[in-house]
Design a protein around this ligand. Structure first.
Ligand SMILES: *Cc1c(COP(=O)(O)O)cnc(C)c1O
Length: 377
């Protein structure tokens, strides 16, 4: 999906009560520079799958001119990038699963991950221009990849296959790198070394967490995803600790203010009651826009320049806000759900995600087409 299909609008349009996601492309480029600073000797494979983690894949690809290559999960994503004129190398992280897909990949000069024997068989039946491949090794995540004991044989078959261009990049994916106290990342690296011993080819291990937190995983290629979008890949630190800047700012407006009495219940089910006479703000955003319905009371928001929290169940188009900390606010004032406010104040997406029992990745990806996207910088 391109930015335009996501409901992209021009910044001048009046959107008094529609949620908007402002995408700061300068921050995106800054975050790529942070990745480069941490892994100066590695090539950067910028991961832009899932519509660039909900940020708009094409606009993100255009802004990340400085990346060495792009990675997407599926061929449909890569084809839409090619159709839009993106000529940079693109890797299919899940590879291909049919002859047709492989031929399309070949025609469109896509690189493919090979993670199972069936994909080698497809390559063995292919003629014409050779395809660049990345050989994926399962070092303990048990999602995709050849088991270490099968790697030498898979590698040999690929080297003997005329449809494979040169030595495969040897790659694996880390399961627990977000937890810097876990010993599993070192174990995965050891399994990787043993599996690829003696094989010619470049290496790639690190996702964002590996790149920032695990120096030994910085090889020929690093594969940053979430850090490019300005969220922390770690369970125990915030994006700002790594000099990452928020790229997406999700904002809406207050569409009503209720004067409620002590004891009155707010929202469906009436699960939250006013502890005193107070004002409740109603913001124009809900789960129909992708804001998580399971976000609990006091999930943080910013109203004007003040921090506050949501109260009551999130509705489809609206949610309630405790206005006791914001006596000055009025109908039409901006409400920031995460990201950077117009006054520069930041509400980290990681904080919202933690409160809502999820991760920034999911909050970004679940925004619906009802949200207007505005690209800046
Ligand atoms: C999604 C993905 C990445 C990027 O991971 P982040 O945690 O977002 O940095 C890297 N490698 C593979 C194989 C992936 O699927």
């Amino acid at each position: 999906m391109t930015g335009a299909q996501r409901g992209e609008v021009s910044a001048s349009q009046d959107m008094i009560s529609a949620p908007q996601a402002r995408i700061d492309l300068a921050a995106l480029r800054h975050n790529l520079a942070v990745a480069r600073r941490h892994a100066p000797d590695s090539k950067q494979l910028a991961v832009i799958k899932a519509d660039a983690y909900g940020h708009g894949m094409l606009r993100v690809a255009q802004a990340l001119e400085a990346a060495d290559a792009f990675a997407v999960a599926r061929i449909s994503e890569a084809l839409s990038l090619r159709e839009a004129g993106i000529t940079k190398d693109i890797l299919l992280l899940e590879g291909v699963n049919s002859r047709e897909e492989l031929q399309l990949a070949q025609q469109q000069r896509l690189q493919v991950v090979v993670h199972q024997a069936e994909q080698i068989a497809l390559l063995q039946q292919l003629s014409g221009t050779p395809v660049a491949v990345w050989l994926k090794i399962n070092t303990g995540m048990h999602r995709l990849g050849f088991r270490p004991e099968d790697v030498q044989s898979a590698y040999r078959q690929l080297r003997e296959c005329p449809a494979v261009a040169g030595a495969p990049v040897l790659m694996t994916h880390l399961a627990n790198a977000d937890d810097r106290s876990s010993a599993y990342t070192d174990e995965q690296c050891r399994r990787f070394e043993r599996a690829v011993a003696g094989l010619e080819g470049e290496h790639s291990i690190a996702n964002s967490a590996g790149l920032l937190g695990w120096p030994a995983t910085r090889r020929h290629w690093v594969r940053p995803g979430i850090m490019l979008y300005g969220a922390s890949p770690f369970i125990d630190s915030r994006a700002a600790d790594w000099d990452l800047q928020p790229v997406m700012s999700l904002e809406t407006r207050l569409l009503a203010i209720n004067k409620c009495k002590k004891g009155e219940a707010v929202g469906y089910g009436g699960f939250w009651r006013c502890p005193e006479d107070m004002r409740i703000g109603i913001a124009a955003i809900g789960y129909g826009d992708g804001y998580p319905r399971h976000a609990p009371d006091h999930t943080p928001v910013r109203v004007g320049a003040q921090r506050s929290g949501i109260v009551g169940r999130v509705s489809m188009d609206m949610l309630g806000i405790d206005l006791r900390t914001c006596p000055e606010v009025k109908i039409g004032d901006p409400v920031l759900l995460w990201g950077k406010a117009a006054d520069g104040g930041i509400l980290p997406v990681d904080e919202v995600a933690e409160k809502a029992g999820t991760i920034a990745y999911e909050l970004f990806c679940r925004l619906t087409s009802r949200v207007n996207f505005i690209y800046q910088g």
